[in-house]
Write a protein that binds this ligand. Sequence first.
Ligand SMILES: [Zn+2]
Ligand SMILES: [Zn+2]
Length: 124
Amino acid sequence: MDRNTRARLRHALVARYPWVTDREWGPAAVEAGECDGCGAEARLVRTCGPASGEYVGRRCAAALGPDAWCDGHEDDAASALAWLSALPGEADLVARVWWVATGEVAPPPGGAGLALAQLGMPAP
Ligand SMILES: [Zn+2]
Ligand SMILES: [Zn+2]
């Protein structure tokens, strides 16, 4: 995927999912990758609790709750958990496509077309 295609994809994603560029939580706020807890969901927040510095996705964050953050960051925990629970069901897919659009990860075999089709979005 070339630069211009990635730029078009970023614009399309931001128009539909403005939360992707949030600097505090979400795909733009963490290093691209899978959840450190389960390895099977997109990582969307960084925690600082007992397992300090872990990046977790929605399911693991919900399971850990505020304990995933340290005592000094109770407010962050509350806003992160609220932010995550407001995401649409397809948020993991959106995050993975976002990382392709930013060039952080290579497109999956066969390109990003399948993921976009699953989101109901045209190829950029
Ligand atoms: Zn997880
Ligand atoms: Zn903390």
